[in-house]
Design a protein around this ligand. Structure first.
Ligand SMILES: Nc1ncnc2c1ncn2[C@@H]1O[C@H](COP(=O)(O)OP(=O)(O)OP(=O)(O)O)[C@@H](O)[C@H]1O
Ligand SMILES: [Mg+2]
Length: 263
């Protein structure tokens, strides 16, 4: 689905999270434009993963979360997922003994949720859907830099496990995809290629991506909108150019190296 330029995919308002006295998020409000890639940046402990946990419904929070104008605040994580929110985790959550492709298919295809072995008892039309999905998964794994889909994921390096998780989240074409450091463990060129492919696939199927990434140069190149968190609070949300020009961002996060990553 194509997005018009002024549509909003995600809106959060007054988000707050308390971990037994530690205020991980405090009064965080912003919106994310529909389509393309946006990013959340901030130093370690700023609350980026906690923010994703709120949006996906894994963390209890104050405030509200809206997806395309629909209030999700009181919905559990599984309902939010059913409405189109997918995510990856900072540490990939995969089944180690299964191959890359089976990990992808278990997450990606609702008809496979009864178990892969169960698929032999399904009618031929469903099996043919599964073959199509398997072919698509394999193609997307290859596009995202993982040509060997038939190896157990515990034999893969950490960066490749992240690719598997990204494909698993992307393949069902969610409305909103939250990627928590998908390029961690990859070199700069690999990270850039991975995000380029994610961006292209997301644009083709109408998914809005929100990315947590520490490489600020990369963030500025791929993002249309950047949210900056610092110590649990929103510092700024705006275009890469607005973020790049803001003295508070430079002071709190970017420091003296900022001139090297400015786009
Ligand atoms: N389950 C938890 N229990 C207690 N405190 C937590 C928990 N999860 C996160 N925190 C605290 O909340 C704050 C925000 O953590 P969070 O993991 O969201 O930061 P982050 O921006 O994702 O950091 P990083 O860049 O290191 O991944 C930190 O002070 C962290 O120690
Ligand atoms: Mg984190």
């Amino acid at each position: 689905m194509a997005w018009s330029t002024n549509q909003v995919a995600l809106r959060v308002h007054a988000l707050g999270v308390d971990f037994s006295g530690v205020r991980a998020l405090e009064d965080v409000s912003f919106s994310v434009p529909a389509g393309g890639v946006s990013a959340v940046i901030g130093p370690n402990g700023a609350g980026k993963t906690t923010l994703f946990n709120c949006i996906s419904g894994v963390a209890r929070h104050d405030g509200t979360v809206e997806l395309e104008g629909c209030d999700l605040t009181h919905l559990r994580a599984d309902r939010r997922a059913a409405l189109g929110i997918a995510r990856t985790f900072q540490t990939p959550l995969l089944i180690p003994d299964l191959t890359a492709i089976d990990n992808v298919l278990l997450g990606a295809h609702p008809q496979l949720r009864g178990g892969l072995l169960g698929s032999i008892f399904r009618p031929p039309a469903v099996r043919s859907d599964e073959r199509l999905m398997r072919a698509r998964a394999s193609e997307l794994l290859a596009r995202l830099g993982l040509p060997r889909a038939d190896v157990p994921v515990d034999s893969l390096p950490h960066g490749d496990r992240r690719r598997v998780e990204v494909v698993r989240a992307l393949l069902p074409e969610p409305r909103l995809l939250l990627l928590d450091e998908p390029a961690a463990g990859l070199g700069a060129d690999e990270a850039s290629e991975l995000l380029g492919e994610v961006e292209a696939f997301a644009a083709a199927v109408g998914t809005t991506c929100v990315l947590v990434e520490h490489d600020v140069g990369l963030v500025m190149r791929v993002s249309r909108h950047v949210v900056v968190l610092d110590a649990g609070r929103l510092l700024l949300a705006g275009s890469p150019a607005e973020v790049a020009a803001d003295p508070r961002v430079i002071a709190a996060y970017l420091g003296d190296d900022w001139s090297e990553v400015k786009t």
